[in-house]
Design a protein. Sequence first.
Length: 132
Amino acid sequence: VVVTDNGNVGIITAQSVFSALQRAQTSVMQDALPISFTHLPDIDALDKGNVESMVSRTFTRASKKLKGDWQLRAIFKQSRKAGLRAKTEVHLHLNGSGKTIVAQASDWKVLRATKEACDTLEKEVQKRSERR
């Protein structure tokens, strides 16, 4: 509980502290990496931070395996809306050195679709790096 001279102001929960910390870490990571997010669904701050950090980790792993300057575009599309739910498609485009590596996944949950797309992109990067 936050208390001032005027009385109680608010309550700080563990989740609000965690969310603030994760937003700060994600914004620092995003500033340093060439990643762009398009049409990111309207999700809560905690899930948004998880999505952004998942994509950032995937890009960092991929750029270590590949040579040259690379950029990642994460494109989100929601379709087949059923009440409050919507199916989310995630497309990841890794561009660099005149090449493009693409991965996509879809699911009713944004986090699961993002994780599947990130896993697929990492597998594609692994295949390309083994060919060399």
